[in-house]
Ligand binder design. Structure first.
Ligand code: NAP
Length: 318
């Protein structure tokens, strides 16, 4: 796949970009915005003293503040990078500082709930273009961010109907500048697609790791020792931020429950096939799923390297 992260832009997309919440996503955006000249000035806003001190130390923004109204004042773009559950209260609290013509966006992993929470607080003349970068890691905080996080990854934008085309074009240009491929869809469709591709897999990982931890017949040390048998890959996902994922499930309840229902039915079918020794059903199922893995590799969304491209351990790592 071609490297989409080209040279820095001659003219930045935004004059003054305010990023609220400076964790993995907010700090990665600041890093790539600096590197690619996507914004002339960057304002970092975070509720935590510790995070603000670290952002200052790392030199990730021109201004660092905990004051929402002062932070968004004069910004032509404001991107909420906080957990989904607090987006409504943050929008309400920053409202007084928003200038007419400003574009408000976000990065939340759920879209329908963000629209319901944020839109009522935005004054007339302020544009709203929600977005979700389908990129991330299980790490949190400003030290976890890196400028290539969004490179060759999708960013889904879900502008409400009748939204200003110029504002949509700016958000699109911003994400393309960060190296992403951009696709537009409705918030409800986004939430359904992500329920199966991201939210359900996280729930399954949280569940399987929890079940293993609770097992009495197998010791914790055995679970850890033999984890390379498949379990290890679930533990990475199950190490994801608890606040973020609590908010995802509470705010995408309907779509997740719908997908969980289908998943449970399909799991019962596999359970039956095992119980009745139906090898053909199992073989056919596993052949179909193997083809899905191949197509993900073919479109460049993962590596075909053995063991997911993990480097073998060297003496240095021991
Ligand atoms: P994170 O690393 O935990 O960062 C969130 C930051 O927001 C923290 O510094 C947090 O401070 C701060 N914050 C929380 N409440 C705040 C408030 N009311 N006002 C100002 N700052 C506040 O989280 P993240 O992984 O960057 O996720 C942020 C958003 O990105 C979430 O909506 C998530 O759904 C979305 N997203 C995440 C991923 C991923 O893989 N991580 C991928 C795509 C999208 P404290 O530490 O003090 O709470």
């Amino acid at each position: 796949m071609p490297d989409r992260l080209g040279a820095p832009l001659d003219v930045p997309v935004f004059e003054r970009l305010a990023l609220i919440g400076f964790g993995l996503i907010g700090s990665s955006l600041a890093r790539v915005a600096r590197q690619k000249n996507l914004a002339r000035r960057i304002v970092a806003i975070d509720a935590s003293d510790t995070v603000r001190a670290r952002v200052t130390e790392l030199g990730l923004a021109d201004t660092v503040t905990g004051d929402l109204v002062a932070g968004v004042r004069d910004a032509d773009a404001i991107i909420l990078c906080v957990p989904v559950g607090v987006c409504g209260e943050v929008a309400e609290a920053m409202r007084a500082g928003l200038k007419p013509g400003a574009i408000v966006s976000d990065v939340g992993s759920v879209k329908g709930s963000i629209v319901t929470q944020v839109a009522p607080h935005l004054p007339e003349g302020v544009h709203f273009v929600p977005a979700h970068p389908v990129a991330g890691t299980e790490q949190s905080g400003p030290d976890a961010g890196f400028p290539t996080l969004f490179l060759n990854r999708w960013c889904i934008i879900t502008p409400p109907e009748g939204q200003d085309p110029a504002a949509i074009a700016k958000i699109r240009a911003f994400w393309e500048g960060a190296g992403s491929m951009v696709e537009e869809m409705s918030p409800a469709h986004h939430d359904l697609v992500l329920a199966i591709t991201s939210h359900l897999p996280h729930l399954i990982a949280y569940n399987i790791v929890g079940t293993a931890a609770d097992l009495e017949a197998v010791t914790q040390s055995e679970v850890i020792k033999f984890s390379a048998g498949g379990f290890r890959d679930f533990t990475r996902i199950a190490a994801s931020d608890p606040t973020m994922w609590r908010d995802v499930f509470l705010n995408n309840k309907d779509a997740v429950l719908e997908m969980l229902g289908r998943f449970t039915e399909d799991l019962s079918a596999l359970q039956r096939a095992i119980r009745y020794g139906d090898g053909e059903a199992l073989f056919n199922h596993f052949t179909r799923t193997r083809a899905i893995r191949r197509s993900i590799i073919e479109i460049g969304q993962d590596s075909a390297a053995p063991d997911f491209g993990r480097q073998p351990k060297t003496d240095k790592d021991q």
